[in-house]
Design a binder for this molecule. Structure first.
Ligand code: ATP
Length: 311
């Protein structure tokens, strides 16, 4: 028997892309006589509540999210924060970044993504990260990555610039990250980072980017760590040190070019572990799945959980 699919739509995701796509998908569901229902997220944080409530009342259903990485972040937190609620998730990328979809090779075309979900036989387990941060007194789950330093500086600048809104209007939101790259490069200082993992203790005196990631992508498709796997029970920590600006620019260029040869640079440090601790004593920007974490020092611990996904 085919499952019941409950859709949660974030109407503002991807400059209202989800809102435009939904009627098309609904038509397909009706034509194929698929059992479905839906909710619309009405404010930031609503998806978290909707997802938890639906899963509590309908443990057998598949909850399909129409939105971007932020929508998925909320849904996963809805299911895992407080007590864990068992539910199967599925995801149709309609955001501006859609890095999680890239990580799972979910088609960018919403109709194809829906087809894949409807054809999938059984859910598969994927990793989701968990963090606890002392200075923010905060604990949450993440699907993509947690960044300290350069990537978080870009998120901060993007959110506080009118450019993102303007580019979003033309469905070019991803370009806002590129546009603010050089401003972030100028503003972000290097910082001292301490890393503790099952492999030992390491100190980086000139860390510039420090990203703990669940899959290869960040910033709307930049391949930070091609070997990161979303179902290996491990998180990938990437630390990039910066001594001078030009070598860093060269590294970043290698990151966005095919081949991704940046991973061979001695300035790029990579560590895979199921548990990690990071400490930064200076006040730095942080980002969690593209959302700002505020500018403070960090004492952050990571671990891994799992979530059933239909894809
Ligand atoms: N009805 C709503 N009105 C305003 N904001 C909302 C509403 N529903 C959800 N949100 C918020 O919209 C934000 C953006 O959603 P999301 O991240 O999914 O899209 P995006 O930013 O376009 O995509 P991506 O994160 O992939 O770049 C989320 O942080 C969510 O809290």
């Amino acid at each position: 028997m085919s499952p019941h699919y409950h859709f949660i739509i974030n109407p503002v995701a991807g400059s209202e892309h989800a809102k435009i796509v939904w009627p098309k998908l609904r038509q397909i569901l009706q034509t194929r006589n698929i059992s479905y229902s839906f909710d619309e997220s009405r404010y930031p944080g609503h998806t978290e509540k909707l997802c938890r409530q639906y899963a509590l009342n309908h443990p057998q259903a598949v909850i399909v999210l129409l939105g971007g990485d932020g929508t998925l972040h909320e849904a996963v937190n809805g299911l895992h924060k407080e007590t864990k609620v068992s539910a199967t998730l599925a995801y149709i990328p309609c955001g501006s970044g859609n890095d999680f979809a890239r990580g799972l090779s979910i088609p960018a075309d919403p109709v194809k993504a829906l087809d894949r979900i409807l054809a999938a036989k059984a859910p598969r387990l994927v990793d989701i990260g968990h963090y606890t941060e002392k200075f923010r007194n905060e604990s949450a789950f993440f699907t993509n990555n947690i960044g300290i330093g350069f990537d978080a500086q870009i998120v901060y600048l993007t959110n506080h610039s009118p450019l993102k809104k303007w580019l979003n209007k033309y469905h070019l939101g991803f370009l806002s990250y590129a546009a603010l790259f050089f401003k972030a490069l100028k503003k972000q200082p290097t910082f001292k980072l301490e890393v503790t993992s099952p492999k030992g203790h390491q100190v980086f005196e000139q860390a510039f980017l420090c990203t703990t990631t669940n899959h290869p992508y960040f910033g709307g498709g930049v391949n930070l760590m091609p070997t990161a796997k979303i179902n290996d029970g491990k998180l990938d920590l990437v630390v990039i040190e910066k001594k001078r600006t030009w070598p860093f620019l060269r590294l970043f260029l290698l990151m966005i070019l095919p081949g991704h040869f940046h991973i061979f640079s001695r300035r790029v440090h990579h560590l895979q572990a199921p548990k990690l601790k990071l400490a930064v004593s200076s006040a730095e920007h942080g980002q969690a799945d593209g959302e700002e974490m505020g500018t403070k020092p960090f004492e952050i611990s990571f671990s891994i959980n799992q979530q059933a996904f239909l894809y």
